[in-house]
Design a protein around this ligand. Structure first.
Ligand SMILES: N[C@@H](CCC(=O)N[C@@H](CS)C(=O)NCC(=O)O)C(=O)O
Length: 335
């Protein structure tokens, strides 16, 4: 019996050792290495003072607050579409928050884990207003600017072939060169995630000269990626997302989180660490979620500030609304 317990304890200790690598490394370093895009308005882009801002950036900040107790302890690593997964595989970053679509093949073949979707998107097309193109069908024979190493290259081939349409792709490794080429008139249309197009057009010299077609041609569920084999870390990333959603469901905001932690609602107490031992099970302080919510607010606050009504993008919540309001955002219960 004793030997069995000892073997069990050793196995558990060994497993924890293997699993807890990323959390231990982040704590020892005192900084989260967070993979983001090179500049994608609303999601991750440096502002006029060179500070990264956006929805993905707020997720980096929320994780740093949850894990290190300080949302500013983040080193942002800007990555191209091509380089992003390698940077995670080689350990250059701890987590990838970079408008990355979850797919079967990315899940099955990269040695990476896909966290919960934090933005439901679809592939759209930007065209010049004076081109009088209203539907994807009218892009038959068009020259289309597309970024290398994205789901968009693949979707474009599938959808145009299926509809018996022709197109000439112009493929770019860097997003900024793609924008320049499109604005210079090198392509009839530019394709990428519809949210990214909305962000890109706000930064165009003459935003009114372009528009994004209503129609999208794919599902682009965007979310974080972590390395396989570190369940503890993947759980922390996943539950940070659920904490932001749960906070919105419970009406907990950056401004009232501290007061709600001291309040009487048992759901809020568990989420915010007043009741239960939720953080310590992940190797975190029990007030981990309180720390994250105080830093960035709930999901609704993160959305509105970066891509919604408080931003230049003015995107509607749509699929990214709470499940109670017709959207797909739904937190797994904290119990
Ligand atoms: N969601 C798509 C596309 C993501 C992506 O990399 N999009 C490009 C443009 S289509 C982008 O935003 N690039 C920003 C950058 O390189 O910083 C994917 O995961 O493949």
């Amino acid at each position: 019996m004793k030997a069995w317990i000892l073997a069990g304890a050793l196995a558990l200790a060994g497993m924890e050792g293997a699993e807890a690598q990323t959390l231990a490394a982040v704590k020892a370093r005192g900084v989260l290495n967070c993979g983001v895009s090179q500049g994608f308005a609303g999601f991750s882009a440096p502002d006029s003072r060179g500070e990264f801002r956006g929805l993905d950036v707020d997720y980096c900040r929320a994780v740093a607050a949850a894990v290190l107790g300080d949302a500013t302890k983040v080193r942002y690593v800007p990555l191209t579409a091509q380089a992003r997964f390698t940077a995670l595989q080689t350990g250059e970053i701890d987590v990838l928050f970079r408008n990355s679509t979850q797919t079967f093949l990315r899940d099955a073949s990269l040695g990476l884990n896909q966290g919960p979707v934090n933005f439901y998107d679809g592939q759209g097309f930007a065209v010049r207003r004076d081109a009088s193109v209203g539907k994807v069908q009218e892009l038959d024979g068009a020259t289309i600017c597309v970024a290398q190493g994205t789901t968009h290259e693949l979707n474009l081939n599938d959808v145009f072939r299926a509809r018996g349409m022709k197109f000439s792709p112009v493929v770019f490794e860097r997003i900024d060169t793609m924008y320049e080429a499109f604005y210079a008139g090198r392509c009839d249309a530019m394709t990428q995630d519809a949210s990214a197009l909305a962000g890109a057009l706000t930064a165009a010299r003459d935003p009114a000269a372009y528009r994004v077609l209503e129609e999208t041609i794919s599902k682009e569920p965007l979310g974080p990626f972590t390395r396989n084999g570190d369940d503890q870390w993947s759980n922390i990333i996943a539950w940070t997302h659920y904490a932001l959603i749960e906070a919105e469901e419970l009406g907990i905001t950056a401004a009232n989180a501290e007061a709600q932690a001291a309040g009487a609602n048992p759901n809020a107490q568990r989420l915010l660490g007043t009741a239960g031992e939720f953080g310590s099970r992940f190797g975190l302080d029990n007030r981990w979620a309180l720390s994250a919510i105080r830093a960035v607010g709930n999901y609704g606050e993160v959305f509105e500030r970066n891509v919604g009504q408080g931003s230049t993008l003015k995107l509607r919540r749509g699929l990214n609304g709470l499940w109670t309001q017709g959207g797909l955002m739904y937190a797994i219960p904290f119990r």
